[in-house]
Design a protein around this ligand. Structure first.
Ligand code: ASP
Length: 321
């Protein structure tokens, strides 16, 4: 974790943002300097997009959407372009967004032509009476909403294809639960104290049967509530769904008065008891940002009104920073 800016006097309106680019098995000894630098640059571009919204008085909801869209377009991360492949060799994308003020939410699952699923999730929230749309219906809605559609080739990268072939060659199991890291997410608190969360993913390499993970499941991979905070998750989606991770963290903060870090660590421990691993980012309405993860690394970053600006990849499992 590197802090690159000096903290300023606390006169500007308060805001903060945290992002993740997926939890996984990244270690300094297995990731070369060029790859580290490329991922950090991607994280900074996303942070900058979110920061630009918040620093000019924009809404947390807009900030998380802007940050996640940047990561969706970055082929290094497992969301949008650069998503992992299903067993059948296609990219099926999931995303969600939630507004902590109204607790309105929108999500999409299993879309194959939507360039920025996070934008479609927001349209579901604002332009439909529903919360979660899937597959062909979600894409029909995207066309009606004039959301950008692309040829599926847009999402495909050689590295993700190689990962699928490796999985098949090793006959590792149902899918890659070793986590081919890269799911992306953002949480933000704006200058009005409103929070929001967004998450986007290609899911797990080798997934089959239209498998849907935690990311688009409101309360599992994504949740926001101004009374507690906003959470975006990455990790073993099945266990994150079973533990209702994002809602559970918010519930512990709201009802039991736990700190964001305490709640995040406790709920990840519950996931661990189910043999799941992963990470979360949390922001509170007071602007505190927290990271927690039980994998060797998690791509992450955060910024705030006072000049905090940092990104990180590695860390002690379960540590905050
Ligand atoms: N949680 C995502 C899923 O299960 C995967 C990830 O975070 O890497 O779809």
């Amino acid at each position: 974790m590197t802090e690159t800016s000096e903290r300023r006097a606390d006169t500007a309106p308060r805001w903060s943002i945290a992002i993740h680019g997926g939890a996984g098995s990244m270690r300094p000894e297995t990731m070369d300097a060029a790859a580290q630098a490329a991922h950090e640059a991607g994280l900074r571009a996303a942070l900058d997009a979110g920061r630009a919204v918040l620093a000019t008085g924009g809404a947390a909801l807009d900030a998380v959407g802007a940050a996640v869209a940047v990561l969706e377009d970055d082929p290094l991360f497992n969301a949008g372009r650069g998503s992992v492949f299903t067993y059948n060799g296609i990219n099926e994308l999931d995303a969600a967004v939630m507004d902590g003020t109204t607790r309105q939410a929108g999500a999409v699952a299993g879309v194959t032509h939507v360039r920025n699923p996070v934008r479609l999730a927001r349209a579901v929230m604002e332009q439909s009476p529903h919360v979660l749309l899937a597959g062909a219906g979600a894409e029909e809605f995207a066309r009606e909403q004039a959301i950008e559609l692309v040829d599926p080739d847009w999402f495909a990268t050689e590295e993700r294809w190689r990962q699928l072939q490796e999985l098949k060659a090793k006959k590792l199991g149902w899918f890659d639960d070793g986590l081919k890291y890269g799911t992306v997410g953002a949480v933000a608190c704006d200058s009005h104290g409103h929070v929001a969360a967004a998450t986007s993913t290609g899911g797990l390499t080798g997934k089959r049967w239209n498998r849907i993970g935690d990311s688009p499941v409101i309360g599992a991979g994504t949740y926001a509530d101004d009374r507690a905070g906003a959470v975006s998750c990455t990790g073993s989606g099945e266990q994150f769904i079973r533990a209702g991770v994002a809602h559970e963290i918010c519930a512990r903060m709201r009802l039991a008065g736990e700190s964001a870090q305490g709640a995040a660590d406790a709920v990840l421990a519950e996931v661990g008891a189910m043999r799941g691993v992963g990470g979360v980012i949390v922001v509170t309405p007071a602007g505190e940002t927290v990271f927690a993860f039980t994998t060797p690394g998690m791509f992450r970053g955060r910024a705030d009104h006072a000049g905090l600006y940092e990104t990180g990849i590695f860390g002690m499992a379960g540590s905050k920073d």
